[in-house]
Design a protein around this ligand. Structure first.
Ligand code: NDP
Length: 330
């Protein structure tokens, strides 16, 4: 059997391009004791991957050149040399941008077949847990407070607003374009959504948060961060989840009103979801029950075939995705 995979060929200078990646065909990897061979069905494309393309000190090591691109996957076990796993099991792991992966059983999570496979990379996977951890552990919204989230139509943002509503808070999204904003209010049930690409942003945002902002779940950064800071209430909490506006080689814009944090005695805290392993089980329990009871809504953008991954990844960094960006590998 042959395995197709995508490796990082060169590091981007500025914005990432499809030329930075290379498609390869190799033999399917053999197994060692304690490993299972997984046929990946869906690959998750995530903003963190952009950071790994640069050779720069961060919370994780850079993606090595010439090696298979890192990535979360859901798939089916085709062969097992590990106790507790057998052919046919559905598993989530870091299978990478490829069709087959030999993975350590200890690093895999078995998931049920009662929900569609792809949700374990979205609302019942890493993005959902990110929303849950950032909102509950840092944002800690109280009933009737106002929670604002940027990239509200995205994989993380969509879950943040729905969890905020479930806690009795008012949820306000910020998203790019009228279609995404309609989805955020009409499908996800947010109270309001502000299109950051339309004119008069400052006035429209002020109208959407008449009682100020108690929690700002930040996914985007830059000018949106500055805008929301102008409206934070005393003792506001800001889970700093991402800063995607400057991931792909854009200049980092200086934040001119940072002293608002002091004046409003606000808390700003960055977090990395992988560093809270103890929070995953309670998060997944709530998220999967909400999904099973149709109380958690989501959208997916699914690109077809491994070779479509680089273009879909670049598109996702710039907003072509509608909800969770996936690649269907079979
Ligand atoms: P999304 O599904 O939200 O996709 C990315 C979205 O970012 C695009 O669709 C686009 O939406 C938005 N975007 C891109 N550039 C800009 C810009 N300049 N201004 C405003 N919006 C922009 O991705 P995820 O939900 O997977 O991730 C959201 C954020 O969460 C990212 O910052 C990511 O790095 C972070 N994250 C952090 C984790 C952690 O542990 N801290 C874990 C997982 C994710 P639009 O069309 O609305 O512009």
């Amino acid at each position: 059997m042959q395995n197709q995979r995508i490796v990082l060929d060169t590091r981007p200078q500025g914005a990432v391009s499809q030329d930075n990646f290379r498609l390869e065909t190799l033999a399917v990897p053999g197994l060692e004791d304690g490993e299972v061979l997984v046929r990946n069905q869906y690959l998750s494309l995530d903003p963190y991957m952009r950071g790994r393309l640069d050779d720069r000190k961060s919370y994780a090591d850079p993606q090595p050149l010439g090696e298979v691109m890192i990535g979360g996957t859901v798939g089916e076990v085709v062969e097992s040399r590990a106790d507790g796993f057998e052919a046919g099991d559905r598993v989530v792991g870091m299978g990478g941008w490829q069709h087959f992966a030999a993975l350590k059983a200890a690093e895999l999570r078995k998931v049920p077949t009662s929900l569609p496979a792809s949700v374990f990379l979205g609302p019942a996977g890493m993005p959902g847990v990110t929303a849950w951890v950032g909102l509950n552990d840092i944002g800690a919204p109280k009933p009737n407070e106002t929670v604002v989230v940027s990239s509200a139509a995205g994989a993380v943002g969509g879950v943040v607003g729905q969890l905020a509503k479930a806690r009795g808070a008012r949820a306000v999204g910020i998203a790019g374009g009228p279609d995404k904003c309609r989805y955020v209010t009409d499908t996800l049930g947010f109270d309001a959504c502000v299109d950051y690409k339309a004119p008069d942003l400052a006035a429209r945002f002020a109208e959407a948060v008449p009682d100020g902002v108690d929690v700002y779940f930040e996914n985007v950064g830059g000018r949106l961060f500055e805008l929301v800071l102008e409206h934070i209430n005393p003792f506001a909490r800001i889970p700093l989840c991402g800063w995607i506006s400057s991931y792909d080689g854009q200049d980092i814009v200086p934040i001119r009103n940072l002293p608002r944090l002091l004046v409003m005695r606000a808390k700003l805290q960055g977090f990395i979801v992988a560093e809270s392993p103890e929070r995953w089980p309670p998060a997944l329990q709530e998220l999967t029950s909400m999904l099973a009871e149709s109380r958690l809504h989501y959208a997916e953008s699914v690109s077809q075939g491994l070779s479509s991954a680089p273009a879909a990844f670049i598109g996702m960094l710039h907003g072509t995705n509608f909800g969770k960006q996936l690649v269907k590998l079979e």
